[in-house]
Ligand binder design. Structure first.
Ligand code: AMP
Length: 396
C-alpha cells in the first residue's frame, strides 16, 4: 500500500484535539482510529501489529519506502521539513506518534496545528541532545556519569582534566547505537578525538565501571496513570544491543524502586503520554542513568510475549486515550537481536519456547533484521532453550 500523492484534509480534523479520547470520535466512523507514525521501521511495524487487533489503522510518514511498514499500513513518502506534506499527513489521521527520536521538533510543531502528537515535544527535544538530557536528569536528582559539555578543543582539554580518564567523547545530537562517540584514555588522544567528532556540540563523560546495563520501560496514560515493566538486563556489543533478559536477575528491591522512581519522575516532569525508556548502569555505588528514549525501545521487545500487555500495545493505548494494560511479566524472557544476517528460521523455530520476529528487511552488516524471544516458565528452562538458540549460526 503506497501513497505517493497526499490526500486532502478532512474538515473534522481539528475537532479531534478536543476529544478526550481519539477513539471516541473516530470509532464512530468506519475504519476505526487512524494512527499516524513518523518513521517506518520495525518499531512502527510492531506498533501496528499491536494496534490492528484494537481496531486501529496505521499510516506511516517517511522519506523512503519501507517494507517493514508497507506490510502493516499505508506509507506516505515525504521529507520531514516539508510542512505541506506533514500537514496533509496529519489531517488524514486522528493522532500522531513517532518511532524514532531524530524527528525534528519543527515537524512536530507543524503536525500539532492539525492533530495531537504524543509523546510531548518537550520529551523529544530533550532526548535529542545529550546535554539537555543530563541537565534534566540532574534537575530531578537522577544520578549521571560525571560530564562536561564541550564546544572546542580547549573545552575538551579542560573536561578531560576535570572529569578524568578514561572517558567517552560523544556528539550531543544524532548519536545512536554507539555511533558518534570515541574513547579517550590519555591526554594525547584529546586532539584526535576532537578532530574526529568536532566541531559539533559534544559531551565528555567519565567511563562508568558498571557491573551490567539495565533499562526500565514505563508507560503513562493521558490521565497520568503510570505503570513500569520489570527492569531488563541488557548486553551490548560494538554499541548495539544484542540481548535483553527480563526480569533482570538478582536486582535488589531498592534498585528496582530507584529505577521506577527515576522513570516516574521524568514522565511526570514531561507530562508524558506513551511508552518511555531509560538506560542505566548498575554499579556498586548504585544506578547511574545513561540516556532516555521517548518511544518504544529495543530492550522492551521481550514484552510482546513476556508481559501481560506489550510495550507496543500500551503505547498505542496511551496515545489513543485508552486505559493501560498490565505490565506484569509472564514467565522469564530473553530477547536476541538478529543483526546483519538472517538465521535459519526452521532451526530457530525448532527450539522450545521460541518466538521469531522478522522485520522484512534485507541483510546488511550491523542492521537489525529481527529478534527472537525465548519465554519460559522457569529460569532453568530459559537458560537451556537460550543455549540451544545460541548454537544457531548468526545468533549472538
Ligand atoms: P550510548 O550511545 O550512550 O547508549 O552508548 C552506547 C553504549 O556505550 C552503552 O550502552 C554502554 O555500553 C557504552 N557507554 C556509553 N557511555 C558510557 C560510559 N559513560 N561509561 C561506560 N560505558 C558507556
Amino acid at each position: 500500500m503506497r501513497h505517493d500523492a497526499l490526500g486532502a484534509a478532512p474538515a473534522a480534523a481539528l475537532a479531534y484535539r478536543l476529544a478526550d479520547s481519539v477513539t471516541e470520535t473516530a470509532q464512530r466512523e468506519a475504519g476505526g482510529v487512524r494512527v499516524g507514525i513518523l518513521g517506518a521501521g520495525q518499531l512502527g511495524q510492531m506498533l501496528a501489529l499491536a494496534g490492528i487487533p484494537l481496531g486501529m489503522r496505521f499510516t506511516f510518514f517517511s522519506p523512503t519506502q519501507s517494507e517493514s511498514a508497507e506490510a502493516v499500513g499505508d506509507v506516505v513518502i515525504g521529507e520531514y521539513d516539508d510542512a505541506a506534506a506533514l500537514r496533509s499527513f496529519a489531517s488524514s489521521v486522528d493522532v500522531v506518534t513517532y518511532e524514532f527520536e531524530n524527528v525534528s521538533s519543527d515537524a512536530v510543531t507543524e503536525i500539532e496545528q492539525v492533530c495531537p502528537v504524543w509523546p510531548p515535544r518537550a520529551a523529544l527535544v530533550t532526548s535529542q541532545d545529550r546535554g539537555l538530557e543530563k541537565q534534566q536528569f540532574e534537575q530531578l536528582g537522577i544520578p549521571v556519569a560525571p560530564y562536561r559539555l564541550v564546544g572546542s578543543l580547549a573545552d575538551l582539554e579542560t573536561a578531560v582534566r576535570d572529569v578524568g580518564m578514561p572517558g567517552i567523547l560523544k556528539t550531543r545530537r544524532f548519536g545512536y547505537d554507539g555511533k558518534g562517540q570515541t574513547r579517550i584514555a590519555a591526554r594525547s588522544e584529546a586532539e584526535a578525538a576532537w578532530n574526529a567528532l568536532g566541531p559539533a556540540p559534544l559531551v565528555y563523560e567519565g567511563l562508568v565501571e558498571f557491573e551490567r546495563e539495565l533499562s526500565v520501560i514505563a508507560v503513562r496514560s493521558r490521565d497520568g496513570t503510570t505503570h513500569c515493566y520489570p527492569v531488563a538486563e541488557n548486553r551490548h556489543r560494538d554499541g548495539i544491543l544484542r540481548t535483553s533478559l527480563a526480569p533482570a536477575d538478582h536486582l535488589t528491591d531498592a534498585k528496582r524502586h530507584q529505577a521506577e522512581g527515576y522513570a516516574r519522575a521524568l514522565l511526570g516532569a514531561f507530562g508524558y503520554v506513551g511508552v518511555f525508556a531509560i538506560e542505566m548502569f548498575d554499579t556498586a555505588a548504585g544506578l547511574i542513568v545513561n540516556e532516555m528514549a521517548p518511544r518504544v525501545h529495543n530492550s522492551g521487545h521481550w514484552t510482546i510475549e513476556g508481559a501481560e500487555t506489550s510495550q507496543f500495545e500500551n503505547h498505542v493505548r496511551a496515545v489513543c486515550g485508552l486505559p493501560l494494560g498490565d505490565c506484569a511479566p509472564v514467565g522469564y524472557s530473553a530477547m536476541f537481536n538478529l543483526i546483519g544476517q538472517h538465521p535459519d528460521s526452521a532451526r530457530v523455530l525448532a527450539v522450545p519456547d521460541v518466538h521469531l520476529h522478522l522485520y522484512g528487511k534485507s541483510e546488511r552488516a550491523g542492521r537489525k533484521l529481527g529478534h527472537v524471544t525465548v519465554r519460559s516458565r522457569s529460569r532453568e528452562d530459559l537458560q537451556r532453550h537460550a543455549e540451544a538458540l545460541r548454537a544457531i549460526p548468526s545468533i549472538v
